[in-house]
Design a protein around this ligand. Sequence first.
Ligand SMILES: Nc1ncnc2c1ncn2[C@@H]1O[C@H](COP(=O)(O)OP(=O)(O)O)[C@@H](O)[C@H]1O
Ligand SMILES: [Mg+2]
Length: 204
Amino acid sequence: MNRFGLLRKLIEGKELTFNEANTLEKTPPNSNFPFKYIIVEKLKEQGANAEIYLTKSKNPRIAKLGYEKTLLNGYKIQREFKKRGVKVANPRGMFRVYNPNLKRFFTAFVMEYAKGENLSKIELENPEFEIVQKKLEKEIKKMKKLGYKSYYARSKYLDESFFGLKLENILYDKATGRITLLDFDFDKLDTKKLYTNENGGNNR
Ligand SMILES: Nc1ncnc2c1ncn2[C@@H]1O[C@H](COP(=O)(O)OP(=O)(O)O)[C@@H](O)[C@H]1O
Ligand SMILES: [Mg+2]
């Protein structure tokens, strides 16, 4: 298949074989992650470490590019949280995504796009702030039960954080009142806590 056909396949949300990917880039990143997704547009919002893109597909997703080890850590934590009812952006997995402008594949953590604005950017009226705070407290309680340890709660950035969460990693959708938590790349989950369940599944 020629380059155009392969690009179309990616846009249609299909996975490429190694040989197909190999015609797009001679030495793609060396991992077992599937060759899937195409990225063209950088999101307006960017973080301090990673690069955030939208995937080009019928249902655009977020592709977070950065160091594999860090992304993988964040992905695993987010996946556990999602499974256990914490309000996080829905993770899809680790992939090798293609940037057609640079003609290269990049390792990425792909997740659903979550609506909302960064809590660091919005002024909330007092009553609304209290509601958001209550919601966050509820999430943090769940997360702590799962053995969550925030990097920021252990760092000199403590002042900027809220229950150990950075405001820029919390999205708030004013229209629906929904909060979504993001970015666990440098955090930890105590897996000992994760895999013991003396409460008989009543972890929420
Ligand atoms: N799934 C998502 N849905 C919507 N916006 C997102 C999503 N993931 C990241 N963003 C936006 O991109 C910013 C940077 O992403 P983040 O994962 O925090 O990167 P970094 O690790 O560099 O801080 C976030 O603060 C948020 O505004
Ligand atoms: Mg961040």
